[in-house]
Design a protein around this ligand. Structure first.
Ligand code: GLA
Length: 437
């Protein structure tokens, strides 16, 4: 009899009970120890397939090669933005005779493997999109339960580095079977392929329906809320949902498994300068993936500066991987967010929900729960200014523009001389316990 626990399965861990033989899946690809960074087509380029009318912007190999060139040539790659990710509408409407997914032959004439080769030749990684169900959300061929292994092998053969698996046109039961089954199928290909699961977004995003312990073991990141659109309202809706549910969400994020509040829309049409700075700061504090969906060929200097801010990226990529949270919501409509970082540092974001004029917000570190008897220094992440000599009980004032942020990288000066690996601050999360395998 086939006993899954007796087989030497390198990448799939098994737990054998006496009466019951259970196989607990684990995504042991070692990937995404920090949130992924790169570019994803969907928000900006959608399902634009008309290459006759719009050859520059349609979903085609040209678009992805252009974006790969920009990431490689315009300073993005060095900062960590390495994923070039295809979203929906890349496929032909039918699988081929052997049941394999094929790209649209006119828009991807050289095939996905050639595109992945190109992306790799530029020192980048390539992501692709599939959907667990009969169709993708855009109506292209989906991956039904019986096709999971075949599609995983196809993606691995093409040299794909990341898979976003959407969940349109499938039942709850199919999703419950299919998402873990894809983890196993990806593991079995032998190619490290990061796995982004849209499953929780189809379950309302919250326990008890969503089992975040399981997700953390089978997916590297997951969407759990609605799609971002090119508007400030959309950013706020996502942010508010994350804040309302932060007790659940903060605890489940960490190295290798991240909440994904969806793409960065900085550089498009819907956000003002202040709002763009806010999305970047807030996503960074949430330890969110930094997947831009914009047109890298025509980005304003200010959008580029926001997205390429080195201190911001260092904070987003902090190795502790602790997701931040809103710690204070003032009557003045200032919200304060905090993310604990390595080396006893913290990121603080003072975010204005006001709509009148720049607001002078006065507070103290003590009021923000800094109880340590220490002197702190902060660097303003956008201006680069250093604010020193901050004792917890001292009041300070930040001026926050409407729908804007002031963001600080804060550290106790008394620890400055400590060895770099000195970590004092512990996660305040209630505890994320991976399945004991
Ligand atoms: C869903 C996803 C989006 C995008 C579209 C593509 O709506 O949530 O991110 O992938 O499908 O059709």
């Amino acid at each position: 009899m086939f006993n899954p626990c007796s087989r030497a399965m390198k990448l799939v861990a098994c737990v054998c009970g006496l009466a019951l033989v259970a196989c607990a899946l684990a995504l042991e690809n070692g990937l995404m120890r920090t949130p992924p960074m790169g570019w994803l087509a969907w928000e900006r380029f959608r399902c634009n397939t008309d290459c006759k009318i719009d050859p520059q912007n349609c979903i085609s190999e040209r678009l992805f090669m252009d974006m790969a060139d920009r990431l490689a040539d315009d300073g993005w790659k060095e900062l960590g933005y390495v994923y070039v990710n295809i979203d929906d509408c890349w496929m032909a409407k039918q699988r081929d005779a052997s049941g394999q997914l094929v790209p649209d032959p006119e828009r991807f004439p050289r095939g996905i493997k050639a595109l992945a080769d190109y992306v790799h030749s530029r020192g980048l990684k390539m992501g692709i999109y599939g959907d667990l169900g009969t169709y993708t959300c855009g109506g292209y061929p989906g991956t039904t339960l019986d096709q999971i292994e075949q599609d995983a092998l196809t993606f691995a053969h093409w040299g794909v580095d990341m898979l976003k698996l959407d969940g349109c046109y499938s039942s709850e039961d199919e999703q419950a079977q299919g998402y873990p089954r894809m983890t196993k199928a990806l593991n079995m290909t032998g190619r490290p392929i990061a796995y982004s699961c849209s499953w929780p977004a189809y379950q309302g995003g919250l326990p008890p329906k969503v089992n975040y312990t399981l997700l953390g073991n089978i997916c590297n990141l997951w969407r759990n809320y609605g799609d971002i659109q090119d508007s400030w309202d959309s950013v706020l809706a996502i942010l508010d949902w994350y804040s309302e549910n932060q007790d659940v969400l903060q605890a489940v994020a960490g190295p290798g498994h991240w909440n994904d509040p969806d793409m960065l829309i900085i550089g498009n049409f819907g956000l003002s300068f202040e709002q763009s700075r806010s999305q970047m700061a807030l996503w960074t504090v949430l330890a969110a993936p930094l997947l831009m969906s914009n047109d890298l060929r025509m980005l304003s200097q200010s959008a580029k500066e926001i997205l390429q801010n080195k201190l911001m990226i260092k904070i987003n990529q902090d190795p502790l991987g602790i997701q931040g949270r809103m710690i204070l919501k003032e009557k003045s409509h200032i919200e304060v967010f905090l993310r604990p970082l390595s080396h006893s540092a913290s990121a603080l974001v003072f975010f204005s929900r006001r709509t009148d004029m720049p607001y002078r917000y006065t507070t103290s570190l003590a009021r923000l729960n800094f109880t340590e008897n220490a002197v702190y220094e902060a660097q303003d992440v956008y201006s680069g200014n250093i604010i020193s000599g901050l004792a917890p009980e001292h009041n300070f004032t930040v001026i926050v523009n409407p729908s804007g942020v002031v963001m600080w990288y804060l550290y106790p000066t008394m620890y400055l001389e400590q060895p770099l690996n000195f970590v004092r601050q512990q996660s305040s999360m209630k505890g994320f316990h991976p399945l004991v395998l």
